[in-house]
Design a protein around this ligand. Structure first.
Ligand SMILES: *Cc1c(COP(=O)(O)O)cnc(C)c1O
Length: 375
């Protein structure tokens, strides 16, 4: 490839390292020839999708020769009634990741920057670099604080400068599981100038306890620069379908709709999400399981000597007292896929998704053996 061509690739893209997804079960099967594998690496719902969503996908598949409804009319209507919001303020995305990219596309370019917390969701930085924009990192809370490695609202506000276009908050954050109290987010919204977009990424909000879950819907009425993103990938169990959405001021939704692909959410995903939204029982069952299993998983990790970060999501992140990559590799040989966190500046931490009871127990047993062998 002539370097004269590659030299013209935008400098931000030249400098970025691609996102590293969790290892798929099939890949590990191929690599190590293992058959009995569990994956607790991508914060997927251990119960799978709602059976109603599966049925809706089967029906929609028969119409697969047709283009999807590019306006997402039915799903938006359902979301509008779910959130009590004008459908003109909803933008659908191919996963909420799509929306994060679209937000970057409408606001970022050379000379601009985003503000994000250290150890926050990696996609924000990729969005900025992809648009040739800079990243201003806000220091996280101290490891010995009540919210170790969590977002620090004061630091985030302080990093905003004249060129900042977007401030990203992941609440709860992936990969730490930590969260900001609603009052801290609100004071951040008060402090940030209205010309700066605040993106509140609530991918895990369904798992939060009611007293810690912010009423972001109400904030949308008071802060026109606020964008809330949600996803069907986690508690709704539709990660493979790729559907997320943003709630915002109608003017922002309008700009997003100008740049998104006309059919960015496919027909199967639209049908699945609409059905999943209507299956409250499946959501409740998923969240209730998480509420019960997360403390048990945390206690199991602590019994093995791990230092576990507080989490209100469907995963826990822990320093297991050994190198994270080594632990990850050793667990792979046990047929257990988790996520090492070195890429997030946490080289001794592992992130473990809450699985079924049997999966969590199998992971803990394997972790125990790995620690024993490591001495
Ligand atoms: C998983 C996740 C997302 C959502 O991803 P999708 O593209 O909707 O699958 C967004 N933000 C955070 C913090 C996440 O962990």
């Amino acid at each position: 490839m002539p370097s004269s061509l590659l030299d013209h690739v935008n400098a931000g893209i030249q400098s970025l390292a691609p996102y590293e997804p969790g290892k798929p079960v099939e890949t590990l099967r191929r690599e190590l020839g293992l058959t009995d594998i569990i994956k607790l690496a991508s914060n997927e719902n251990p119960f799978g999708p709602s059976p109603k969503a599966v049925a809706a996908v089967t029906d929609a598949a028969a119409e697969g020769a047709r283009y999807p409804d590019g306006t997402g009319y039915r799903l938006k209507q359902a979301l509008a009634s779910f959130h009590d919001i004008d459908p003109a303020r909803i933008t659908l995305g191919n996963g909420s990741n799509d929306l994060l990219c679209l937000l970057g596309q409408i606001l970022l370019g050379p000379g601009t920057n985003i503000v994000m917390a250290r150890h926050a969701f990696a996609i924000y930085a990729l969005v900025a670099l992809g648009m040739n924009a800079g990243v201003r990192w806000a220091e996280a809370r101290a490891p010995d604080s009540v919210m170790p490695y969590g977002h620090d609202a004061g630091q985030l506000a302080a990093m905003v400068d004249d060129d900042t276009r977007i401030l990203f908050i992941a609440n709860p954050n992936n990969p730490t599981g930590t969260w900001l109290p609603p009052a801290a987010i609100e004071s951040l919204l008060e402090q940030v100038p209205a010309r700066v977009m605040v993106v509140l990424d609530e991918a895990y909000c369904e798992y939060q306890s009611p007293d810690q879950r912010p009423d972001s819907r109400a904030w949308l009425e008071r802060y026109p620069n606020l964008v809330v993103t949600r996803t069907f990938s986690k508690a709704y169990g539709l990660a493979g379908m790729r559907v997320g959405y943003a709630l915002s001021h109608a003017d922002i939704a309008d700009r997003l709709n100008r740049v998104r692909q006309p059919f960015n959410v496919n027909s199967l995903a639209l049908a699945a999400a609409e059905a999943a939204l209507g299956d409250e029982a499946h959501l409740t069952r998923s969240v209730d399981h998480n509420n019960a299993a997360l403390p048990a998983l945390t206690a199991g990790l602590e019994a093995l000597g791990g230092q576990v970060l507080p989490s209100q999501a469907n995963f826990v992140t822990a320093d297991m007292g050994m190198d994270g990559d080594q632990a990850f590799q050793a667990l792979l040989r046990e047929g257990v896929i988790v996520r090492p966190m070195a890429g997030y500046g946490l080289p001794r931490h592992l992130r473990i998704t809450v699985g079924t009871e049997a999966e969590n127990e199998r992971f803990l047993a394997a972790m125990g053996r790995v620690l024993d062998r490591a001495g």
